[in-house]
Ligand binder design. Structure first.
Ligand SMILES: [Zn+2]
Length: 546
């Protein structure tokens, strides 16, 4: 590498400053649209989104029927990018070296708004939609036991309705749709940031399924940061009966690491959450396992606590290797920073949310919801009819799950809009979370979400002060005392090999159940499901735990 001279460095710094100044000017040069006109366009937008409800329903049902696990979202990505391409979007495939990741861009100039949602599903969560008890489409197959089949339908519907208005009204701006690939593994969004796919973006609006319509700012109480690491142990095989003294068991190392970690738990922060699965425990009992792997998620509220936990885990793994004469190689699998969502964007979104009525739930929707809640031992409260308040984030929380949208939130002003496509009180990552996801509950919830999204996107395009204020919040509040240091290194690679074998096992059978909207109005119709289907009285409830 040629060492740059001081004057060259000054030139580079100067041109960078000019570039930043230019891009801020470019945003602020967008002229604010008169409020009356904005309100008229918002009204038109919600009517146009409502008109697209069959399109939205078909997208929700189609992605549900693909049921693809993280990094294997091939059908899903082909389907969504196909729709976007037909509508004039420019598709960039395979971003960050991830075969199922893409960006789809349309429009011109500033501002650039990124619009994202996840794609992947949950192992063993196959479930017939509209059926209030465990009844898989294919036993053991993956399924949308979280509801990631609905978010892209929300976004694509909103964007296509908005695009028509932007064209007619000559509203400048660029829309960039993108997918959360392998969100369940927290395995891609930090790569998108590292690889610069959001460097020209002014704001990011993300959608995620929930049982209500809402948004949040700061670090919500249920959101932890996380690092995910696989510990690959290697020893030496031998005949387990003939010459076990010549073997070095990698499985012993995995077991000792887990025992060590489980003793360590007592002395960790009460806010930590860590969990593991043994992904490789050897091949057969009469061969001393020369290879074994255990995959951990380490979660806590803040970056230093997560790193401290990870360092303890590394020591535990090294100790296990020492005890067994094996070696250990940790592999980065994914991560998510503790998030910080933008207050200005959240307030803008919330103003729109307040104007969107929640779906009209029918008797059949409520009957399904209550029967399912009863089945899994939840409060039988049915579906929600009131939006939550936009509140200050809790000062203290014991935390919960994670989402790598957090890494995007540290690069640009970002919020997550939750929309009401699922049933309250379910345990998550479970067949029950798939029950509503290709029924009128999910369909109506997605249309509702698209309205709030469409209106907020319009606000960002025609009211330049929102983006200006959201960047002020980002600089003066969010990043004032916190600096983002990614968990991943420049050489880390996405774990794109994940879930290949599971999909290879189930895909041929699953293909027979892909949704065909040319023959059936809905996926439930295709599967011959009566809505809702309740459990016959004689069967006893298992409380969802089998
Ligand atoms: Zn999710």
């Amino acid at each position: 590498m040629i060492k740059p001279s001081t004057s060259n460095i000054l030139k580079i710094i100067f041109s960078c400053l000019m570039l930043i100044a230019f891009s801020f000017n470019a945003i602020s040069q967008v002229k604010a649209m008169p409020e009356k006109k904005v309100q008229e366009l918002k009204k038109e937008l919600t009517i146009e989104i409502e008109k697209r409800k069959v399109f939205t329903q078909q997208m929700v049902d189609m992605i549900f029927s693909f049921g693809e696990l993280g990094f294997q979202e091939f059908e899903t990505s082909k389907y969504i990018t196909g729709i976007l391409k037909e509508n004039g979007f420019t598709i960039k495939e395979g971003i960050s070296g991830i075969p199922t990741a893409w960006t789809a861009t349309w429009g011109n100039g500033k501002p650039v708004i990124a619009i994202g949602s996840d794609l992947d599903c949950i192992p063993k969560a196959s479930q017939k939609p509209g059926v209030a008890f465990h009844d898989p489409i294919i036993p053991g197959a993956p399924g949308h036991g979280e509801g990631h089949n609905s978010g892209q339908a929300v976004n694509v519907t909103a964007v296509l309705a908005l695009k028509a208005i932007m064209e007619r009204e000559k509203i400048p701006g660029t829309l960039m749709l993108w997918p959360g690939v392998a969100e369940e593994q927290l395995a891609t969004k930090a790569f998108y940031i590292r690889d610069g796919f959001f460097k020209d973006v002014d704001a990011c609006l993300f959608t995620h399924v929930w049982d209500n319509l809402g948004t949040s700012y700061g670090q919500p109480g249920f959101f932890n940061g996380m690092v995910s690491v696989k510990f690959n142990f290697e020893g030496e095989s031998a005949h387990s009966a003939g010459a076990p003294w010549r073997g070095k068991s990698a499985l012993d190392a995995v077991e000792l690491m887990n025992i060590g970690w489980n003793f360590r738990r007592e002395h960790l922060n009460p806010t930590q959450r860590s969990h593991y699965v043994i992904t490789d425990g050897g091949d057969q009992p009469n061969v001393v396992p020369s290879k074994a792997s255990v995959w951990y998620y380490f979660r806590d509220r803040d970056y230093p606590s997560i790193m401290s936990m990870y360092e303890k885990a590394l020591k535990t793994a090294e100790g296990a290797a020492l005890m067994t004469g094996t070696t250990v190689t940790p592999r980065y699998m994914g991560s998510a920073w503790p998030p910080h969502f933008n207050k200005v964007l959240a307030e803008t979104m919330y103003e729109n949310i307040k104007t969107v009525p929640l779906p009209q739930w029918t008797e059949a929707d409520q009957t399904l919801a209550k029967a399912l809640q009863k089945e899994v031992g939840a409060e039988t409260s049915g579906l929600i009819s009131k939006i939550p308040e936009l509140k200050e984030p809790e000062k203290f929380s014991l935390g919960g799950g994670s989402d790598d949208i957090a890494d995007i939130s540290w690069a640009i002003p970002t919020i997550v809009m939750m929309f009401p496509s699922n049933i309250p009180g379910l345990q998550g990552h479970h067949w029950s979370n798939a029950v509503a996801m290709a029924t009128p509950i999910a369909h109506k919830g997605a249309t509702t979400g698209a309205k709030a999204m469409g209106m907020t996107m319009l606000d960002l395009l025609v009211k330049p002060e929102i983006l200006k204020n959201s960047w002020s919040y980002y600089k003066d509040v969010q990043t004032k005392n916190t600096t983002y240091k990614p968990f991943l290194n420049k050489d880390d690679k996405p774990a794109i090999e994940l879930n290949q074998e599971i999909m290879a096992e189930f895909r041929p059978e699953m293909k027979k159940y892909y949704y065909d909207p040319s023959k059936y109005k809905t996926y439930m119709e295709q599967l011959g499901i009566k809505y809702p289907t309740l459990k016959p009285e004689t069967e006893k409830s298992t409380g969802g735990l089998k």
